[in-house]
Every structure is written in C-alpha cells, then in structure tokens.
Write a protein that binds this ligand. Structure first.
Ligand code: ATP
Length: 252
C-alpha cells in the first residue's frame, strides 16, 4: 500500500529442485529463475506439484535435493494459501484478520499503532469491504473472505507475493477486482507468483508461466509456455504418474 513502489531486491533461483513427501517426489529436478518484479503463473494438471513448489518457494517445505535461493527474507513474503487450508471457524473479526498483515511484516511483538489501523481501513476499502471491520470472518461469503485475505496482503506490503489458487470458487466480479490488485502489485515492481488452473486467466494476465507436470515442461513467455504441444506433454505426463515412485538417487 502507500503508493510506494516496492522494489524487489532479487529474484528466486531454483537449482535442480526435488521436493518429496515421504520420499515420493512431487516436484522433480526443477531449475530456473523467477525474475525480480515478474508476474508468473504456475500452471499444470491436478497433482502436478504446483502448490508443493509454491510452499517450497515460501520456505514451508525444504527440497530433498537442490536449492532455492531467494533475494527475499521471510518477512518479505506475502503468502495466500489455498482456501481449503484455512480454518474460517476461528472467532476473529475482519479487522483483526487484516491487521495480521501488519504483524507479519514487522513482527508479532510490535505494538499496533493508529497508522496500522488507518492502513487496514484503507486496505478494506481497496477490496470493496468498507464497513465490514467488526464482522466475524466466519460470517463472510467465500468471495468476501478472499477479499479480506487480499486486504491483509495489501497491509503486509510485501515485495514477494505468493498466491495459491487465488480465484478458485470466487465469482466473476470478485475475480476481476482481485486480478486488478494483482496487476497493480506487478505495476508497483513486486514479484508475484500465482498457482492457477484457468489457462484463459493465465493468458490474459500473466506474462510468464511455469508449466509443470512434476517435472518442468516449459518456463518462459506465457504464449510459448502454454503452446498446444506443451499442454499435450503435460497431460500425457499426468496420465503416467506413479504415486508410489521413489525419489531418484542423486547423480554421482
Ligand atoms: N502433505 C502431503 N503429504 C503427502 N503427499 C502430498 C502432500 N501434499 C501433496 N501431496 C502429493 O503431492 C503431489 C502434488 O500435490 P500438489 O498439491 O503440490 O499438486 P497441485 O499441482 O497443486 O494439485 P492441484 O491442482 O490438484 O491442487 C500429489 O500427488 C499430492 O497427493
């Protein structure tokens, strides 16, 4: 927020990254670079490892092999998990949920000041939820709740923003409003990475795409990465997955 461009201090380098669950690889030998200030979609079939990769970039999962080097500290990262991973029954108000963005940015023990309250109100206005401050989050629709989470990200003001399926189960108007915010973040120089299912949304709004089917299929300009041939390869790979495959042994 605040209209100041959030210059990204660095990109994200992935080198031969393999991520496993109980030694079963969900992402295999992936290498590439997310440029600072880029707007990148992670796309691919169900079970392709998209959320797993995002969690590894965030630092929640550690690669079993390879390295992820980020030009960002943990407090530089704004992360929106998949809706299914969020417990909305927790008795917390809309305002307090948004205020968590201020604490994420500058530490849980910092006193919340009047400036933060004003910024939280501004963030709620920016997502069209003025007047919702005292509502418990459990009383909101899915779209309104997603707007609250975007307001929290606005308050957090992070230079790296990671979004996992931000527009799933959200109506067209809310999706449009939230895409506008994503485009604004990109315009401000932030680095934005989003896991998305909808190829039309990716083509319309995301200049860069990383297409994954557990292995990297393509990474680059969206229209090239999402070529019919690459999509066919991704689909064919998804049909061949062995859920019980073991991790490859590291190269000698
Ligand atoms: N916590 C976990 N424990 C064990 N296996 C997991 C876990 N999370 C994901 N997986 C497995 O890892 C693989 C990749 O899952 P992931 O959720 O990253 O895929 P995705 O591309 O995000 O899928 P979707 O589009 O369906 O959300 C899948 O086979 C999934 O079952």
């Amino acid at each position: 927020m605040g209209g100041q461009p959030a210059m990204s201090s660095g990109g994200i380098d992935l080198t031969n990254v393999t991520i496993t669950y109980d030694r079963h690889p969900a992402v295999h030998h992936l290498s590439g670079r997310i440029e600072a200030g880029s707007l990148t979609a992670i796309a691919g079939p169900n079970g392709a490892g998209k959320s797993t990769l995002l969690k590894a970039i965030m630092g929640e999962l550690k690669p079993a092999e390879g390295k992820i080097i980020k030009g960002f500290t943990a407090s530089d990262i704004g992360y929106l998990p998949q809706a299914a991973e969020i417990n909305r029954r927790f008795p917390i108000s809309v305002l307090d949920t948004v205020m968590l963005g201020a604490w994420k940015r500058s530490g849980a023990f910092r006193a919340v000041g009047r400036q933060d309250m004003i910024k939280a109100g501004d963030a709620l206005s920016a997502v069209g939820l003025e007047g919702f401050e005292r509502r418990p989050v459990g009383s909101l629709s899915a779209g309104q709740f997603q707007r609250v989470l975007f307001a929290r990200l606005l308050l957090q003001d992070a230079p790296l923003i990671l979004l996992d399926e931000p527009f799933t189960a959200i109506d067209a108007r809310t999706t449009r409003d939230l895409i506008d915010i994503v485009c604004r973040w990109h315009g401000e120089g932030r680095t934005v990475v989003a896991v998305l299912h909808d190829f039309d949304q990716v083509r319309a709004h995301f200049p860069q795409t990383l297409l994954i089917a557990r292995e990297l299929i393509a990474w680059g300009r969206t229209e090239e990465a999402l070529s019919p041939a690459n999509l066919l390869t991704a689909r064919a790979m998804a049909e061949r997955w062995d859920e019980n495959a073991a991790i490859c042994e590291p190269a000698a």
